[in-house]
Design a protein around this ligand. Sequence first.
Ligand code: ATP
Length: 592
Amino acid sequence: CKRRKAGDEDEDAGAESSEEAPAGDSVGAEAAGSPEGQGGPLPEEATGPPAHALVLGGFRRSKAPKVQPFLPAWLAEPSCVGKNVTEGLVSIEDIPEVHPDLRKRLRAQGISFYFPVQAAVIPALLESTASGFLVSRGGCRPSDICVSAPTGSGKTLAFVIPVVQALLRRAVCRVRALVVLPTKELAQQVSKVFNVYTDATPLRVALVTGQKSLAKEQESLVQDTADGFRCLADIVVATPGRLVDHVEQTPGFSLQHLRFLVIDEADRVIDSMHQSWLPRVVAAAFPSEGTRDPLALLQRTQPRAVTAASVCCPQMPLQKLLFSATLTQNPEKLQQLGLYRPRLFSTVSVHGGPRDPDTDGDSGGKYTFPAGLTHRYVPCSLRLKPLVVLHLILEMNLSRVLCFTNSRENSHRLFLLVQAFGGVRVADFSSRYGPGSRKLILKRFQQGKIQLLISTDATARGIDVRGVQLVVNYDAPQFLRTYVHRVGRTARAGRPGLALTLLLKVQERRFTRMLGEGGVPGLQRHDAPGELLQPLVPRYREALAQLERAVREERESRGCLQRLGTGRRGLPPPAGGAPPSRRHPERRLPDA
Ligand SMILES: Nc1ncnc2c1ncn2[C@@H]1O[C@H](COP(=O)(O)OP(=O)(O)OP(=O)(O)O)[C@@H](O)[C@H]1O
């Protein structure tokens, strides 16, 4: 049995556990005889008491206005950033502060213009390291930076470039930058970007996510030499749980020279704060009273009020950088991060007071969406949902489609059904599979070998696959934040994309209201007429019968494995368009 660790939500929880709906069984419901588990009818609107029950007065009941908390100035007055990545681009030559080698590298990657968020954040971060990264500028600790910008707007490079540039001048290898991400797949993706920009430099990047054994990861972090421990990584990209493992268990792993703490998908990471990884990491970054060297030139003390005495020693600053497409506006949540004079860069202009998108799932128009993204919803019945997906894929003849369900069971059943139907290269992605298999599935999707990837919210955040043309919400997301991230897998970096949400009748009102209030632009209804679905029905019926058999066989084979004491997570993933294997449907290697 696998121990669940602090913040390692890349496993079962998918990416949005706090937002995930109860596992509804909406796939092949007819075949499997299961109910839809989500999106129940709305409570009736509040109305006045019936006339015959009136005792006192005839007062009309009206909704009490919501009390809006007071926004601190840094949240109320952000530095505004353009949300459209195809407008107002800044040539990479126009920010001469960026090191010529990095500019060369950017050009080699086909990048000649900075996206708006990069043009705003890179100079601000470079400014805070203008006197070198070891000392604060003029004795002042740099502000922590928060960035809220749409999905696919280039937030990754907005921190990669300044962090790499600041560390180019380092003499001794120490962990100076720590980048924390909620899932293994995202951490891998970000470490790849760091590798591109540190390739021809002495800087070293280590990835610690639990994908390799603890001992193997320790070898990439620290070397035990005759002179003591030698640090082997300047930049560490980690998931929270594994990071804490190394803080506590890796001899010689020190964060006491940490200069940048980058928290990507920051609102997701704030959700995992109850696991208290951040206080442990911050504590590891500051020497405790007894261990401090009073003669050291550069001191680092826990942040406290600035006094004449506290500024007489040069302080080595620790700067926090937070990034998300759905950064919370809730000051109480942000306070948990212990930000120092924070500065917010945002594509959203704040009107009025904040609402808490994290509790009511409604941003009140506080998020922005990629300009090239088209939003549609398709009303359909539970029984027709799989048929509608098949119709869309076959009719539109798309090569990369990402389809989200609310549970791994739903993902897997829909996969089995589409596979049984045939004609579509399909795979599913969820915590059913181990990290190695998941990596392989994503790679094949990236290569275009998988046409339809059916996934839980495990791929909803941050995953950057070029050329996803369509995102289908097979199960409607329950919260706007989930919707923002899911649909953000398409229309990235200024490209066009389509998001389609399948809705049952009972879900329609709540969903359209949620998106309307959230400021989702141009949501329109898209009908899938019955006569277009009709030709698919005979094949679909056969596929349903096959699904029933496949589910039964899987249950049996799982029972066998359990009796033998073997888990299934390490087994290779199913994928491709071949019909399900009779004996061990889960053991086939992807073959598409
Ligand atoms: N200046 C640029 N010019 C062209 N492409 C760019 C530029 N900056 C980033 N990109 C590309 O845009 C895509 C999206 O970037 P990135 O993954 O950083 O987005 P993001 O804002 O972090 O999205 P999300 O919120 O979904 O994580 C990537 O494929 C990246 O290579």
